[in-house]
Design a protein around this ligand. Structure first.
Ligand SMILES: [Zn+2]
Length: 126
């Protein structure tokens, strides 16, 4: 009886070493978290507000940069219209309702630039 025991398992290590975990995975550096660029800090717009009164006001026109005295124009304010409406409801509708619109105290004053005709502001009474 002759047995052939030639089928030995090779005991030599495989010719290549399996790559380690760090070699297989760590080849690509981890991506830095994406930080979006800030779209600029909010800019605060400072506007010089000239207090407007019922009279012509000396100011610098923000539109044409001219030093002007504002042109004033009076217009009936909401108070005037409301007063007229109330008087109208109360029965004095024959012309009386127009009285508040004629009272200067009930008028709004609109300021405009005499140079470029731009609307500059409105002075409200009350
Ligand atoms: Zn102007």
């Amino acid at each position: 009886m002759s047995t052939n025991k030639g089928a030995f398992a090779p005991s030599a290590p495989p010719p290549y070493a399996p790559p380690s975990y760090s070699q297989a995975v760590g080849g690509v550096p981890p991506q830095a978290p994406f930080t979006p660029l800030q779209a600029g800090a909010p800019t605060t717009v400072v506007t010089t507000v000239v207090p407007l009164g019922s009279q012509s006001t000396h100011m610098i026109c923000p539109h044409c940069r001219a030093e002007v005295d504002t042109t004033t124009k009076t217009s009936p304010s909401v108070v005037a219209w409301l007063s007229g409406f109330i008087i109208c409801i109360l029965g004095c509708w024959m012309g009386c309702c127009l009285i508040p619109c004629c009272l200067n105290d009930c008028m709004d004053v609109e300021h405009s630039c005499p140079h470029c005709n731009s609307f500059l502001g409105k002075y409200k009474r009350g």
